[in-house]
Ligand binder design. Structure first.
Ligand code: MN9
Ligand code: PYR
Length: 308
């Protein structure tokens, strides 16, 4: 068996999927990463991050930018956070392997990989072969499959992917599951091994996934509702379902309101800027900057729902 990194502990709890700080001119702005880490740990009580993911607009960044960002996140999180997952998925296997090797060099705690979505794997076998080719270049780094079919269009059932995956990928440690298919999720939960983590990624229905056995939650909203969702996890642990539901319903109310105004990554990033005071800049095209009237309404709704 491969010798794993010392940080190979089970991933649990809340994981903030970080936004990528950009300058007003649209260049990556690594000077904001230190304050961002401080904000999450000190103000939100969130000690795990998922960087260069969907929320981080990784597929709109160059490989060179992603390396600089991943390195800075790892550097600034060291000693302050429990776990840094670097998402390394790209359209080409070569770029994905390059980023996986880099994540190992910079001592990320784990990597996650989406399915390529232009030329798509057609079934579990093809997806497994691709993931194996990525994992093989960083065999000591805990590996997560990142399932997000609404973006990739790759609808392979994760329960089929998991079938015997440990025989192909010894570093396999679990799934970041961003789909509303709770039947597939439940079947995955029943297939979990003791050192694997099943991390749910649809924040507005996390409570349902906890009931089915989620070990943790990774998402964009934990950047600004981390405090509240730590309380929801604690309430769930104690069996206080009414309290847990109240918090879940608050996020549903906020997102329902925001979705009617066109909630997208531009709106989401602006809400994080308004709540945290961090300078994260605009999103990158094709994602558009949030219009000021939408930003003001969503911010007001956030404060009225969470009363702070
Ligand atoms: C598509 C997308 O960004 N998904 C995120 C995680 O995977 C979620 O955290 C959502 O942003 C969140 O659930 C709000 O819809
Ligand atoms: C993990 C997640 O929520 C993201 O990639 O944005």
């Amino acid at each position: 068996m491969a010798i794993m990194a010392p940080s190979d502990k089970q991933l649990t709890g809340l994981v903030a999927a970080t936004f990528t700080p950009l300058t007003e001119e649209g260049e990556i702005n690594i000077s904001e990463i230190g304050p961002y880490v401080a904000y999450l740990t000190e103000r939100q009580g969130v000690k795990n991050i998922f960087v260069n993911g969907t929320t981080g607009e990784s597929l709109s960044l160059s490989v060179a930018e992603r390396k600089i960002l991943a390195e800075e996140w790892c550097k600034k999180a060291k000693g302050k956070m429990d776990h840094v997952t670097v998402h390394v998925g790209c359209m080409s296997l070569k770029d994905t392997q390059d980023l996986a090797r880099h994540a190992a060099e910079i001592k990320a705690d784990s990597i996650a990989v989406i399915a390529p979505s232009f030329f798509k794997p057609k079934n579990a076998q093809e997806l497994r072969a691709y993931l194996k080719a990525v994992a093989s270049v960083a065999p000591n780094l805990p590996f997560y499959y990142y399932h997000i079919p609404s973006f990739t269009g790759v609808n392979v059932l994760v329960r089929d992917l998991l079938d015997g995956i440990e025989d192909h990928i010894s570093s396999f440690r679990g799934v970041k599951f961003s789909s509303t298919d709770l039947m597939d999720f439940g079947l995955c939960a029943s297939l979990m091994k003791p050192n694997w983590s099943l991390i749910y990624g649809v924040d507005e229905q996390l409570l349902s996934a906890l009931v089915l056995g989620a070990n943790g939650a990774a998402g964009s909203t934990y950047n600004y509702v981390g405090c509240q969702f730590n309380k929801m996890l604690a309430a769930f642990e104690k069996g206080e379902l009414i309290q847990a539901r109240t918090i879940q319903f608050q996020l549903q109310e906020l997102l329902d309101f925001a979705m009617k105004l066109g909630f997208d990554l531009g709106v989401n990033k602006q809400l994080m800027i308004d709540v945290s005071g961090l300078s994260l800049g605009p999103p990158r095209l094709p994602v558009m900057r949030c219009p000021p009237d939408v930003a003001a309404s969503v911010k007001q709704k956030y404060h009225s729902v969470f009363r702070q």
